[in-house]
Design a protein around this ligand. Sequence first.
Ligand SMILES: [Zn+2]
Length: 615
Amino acid sequence: MSGAELAFAGLAIGIIPIVVEILKSYSVTKSRLKTFARYHHVIADVQLRYQVASANFSNNSQLLLQAAVESSKEVSEMVKDPQHAGWQEPDIEERFRNFLERDHQLCEGIVLKIRDVLRQTQTMLSILDQDSTPTFLQAFNISSKENRYRHALEELDQWNLKLSNLCQQRCRLQKRRGISSHCIIRRTAPKSVSHIRVASQTLRESLQDSWSCTNISHSGHQAKLSVDASAEYDTVQLDVVIACQRKVLPSNSRSASELPIWLHVRSVTASRTLPAPTVSSANTITRSLHAITHPNIDEKSDTTVKSERKKLRKRVLFVEPEDDRDKHKRKSNRESSQSIPENDSLAQTLAMVDLKATKSVCCHMKSACSRPASCKDPCLGYLESVSSPQCFKLIFYDASRRTSTHQLQPRFSAEAFPISNMLQDLKTLHQLTLAHKLAITTLQYHSTSWLPLDWGLQDIGYFDNTTQASCPADTISQQLASLHLSTKFQWKVPEVTLDPTQSPKDLKYLYGIRNLALAKLGVALIEICSQKDIGKLATTPTAHDVISARKILLERPPCLESLGMKYVEIARKCIDCDFSCGDDLNKEDLQSAVYTDVVCALEEQIKRWKQFIGL
Ligand SMILES: [Zn+2]
């Protein structure tokens, strides 16, 4: 067959049917060779070479299929089974064509050639099968045919090699092109991610700079920030608990420790410092805010709502934030009637205090929080942070008076523990939920003072609410809803600094840790699936947790695969910062890649697991 004929034949058939035929043909020939095996002294070598040729072709097919089929499990199943439904997919040939581009015809030509050689070999073998000549003649026949087999095998080897080269070249070309943009579609990370990061860092800096305390029994203050923050338009809502550290006195018992101040903080961003609104504007603002938080109630035309939203962006300040819609739905009517603030109380909130001007922010908040319950004003005051080009207003609310009081809220008496304590008790859904929350936490709080550079599970806390009688699984779900990050501010004892030999720069250059925050997320994911501390999981001590994690990924202990291979792959990607988007998590590219490949991928796993267990 000439080259042109070959190309023509190829065009008419397509690669898929030929590949399938070859895969079938190899297995048929393999079984024929088995019946032929009684002549092993002659044929052993031929048989081995035939098996090698078969393996080569299967591997090449696998390489090709990987470019057209997403699931690696499906790829290997297809190669093993020529009857696999995957071969029948309507657009698979088209995907091959896209991958091979101009080499598509060439590839068809090669596989056709391989098929023809195999057809000939099979014919030869079937003739030999029917051979009933006396043994010595058979032996003679075999030795003469042996040469023909060897010739056929050589030809097969050559064509397999050509196919292999072509596949590899194509794969390299595609990889260099950024793994064909048409097969990786990434979702953009939500804007809230960076809004929350900036607002939380502003809050941390404001606490450090503006917090004052005249209570001599306090030796320091600690803030615990809930990882579940929300952002809408230019406002970010953060939940924070402030605990005052008492000086250690011999008479101090545990029970005498102060209750923490539990706050909601609303950070409003504006491009410049805004004048305080007048009382008369309060009702308009309330209505506008209501339109935003309860869009279903007010069915106005889109344009009206839009214009109100625009207005709000510039004007909303000092207003008691309304509930989330979800939280609102959860509340009973009785609670709603008690808690929806009256316009009066909204007016009261306007009498806000610039906390910076108070003598002691700590004492002010303490006394404001201990006001009688009849006082409905949840507002405590504000702090302003002016940094070019943006200005932030942080408005503090007393959480116990807030309307959105969440059923999952930590009790004031609840104690905080590091999440590493509860690893052993987690069930699959908890593990996936925790992994998902940590992925969002990394995106939202990396490079802020809330999340240490070299963070770990010991830095993520939860509130233990064991007083509530519920089943252990529910208790864990509630604890997972109370995840928070801690930071100390105005702490008299100097904070522990990083080991200078383990600075992110050194870790980058010495150990190739491209992005420490992400790598530590990968480490945490491994700890979650194996339910063990990375130090206990590693067989030998290493210079850094990330190196231990890499070793574990190579060693593959069985506990690593408890949440499936896709999960392990997500962890590996984080550890190696393997997203083809550089290593700077402040860049939108990498944020979106992590959002798609980690956050959304884990979300998908949670969804599938819930379906599986019938939730
Ligand atoms: Zn204090």
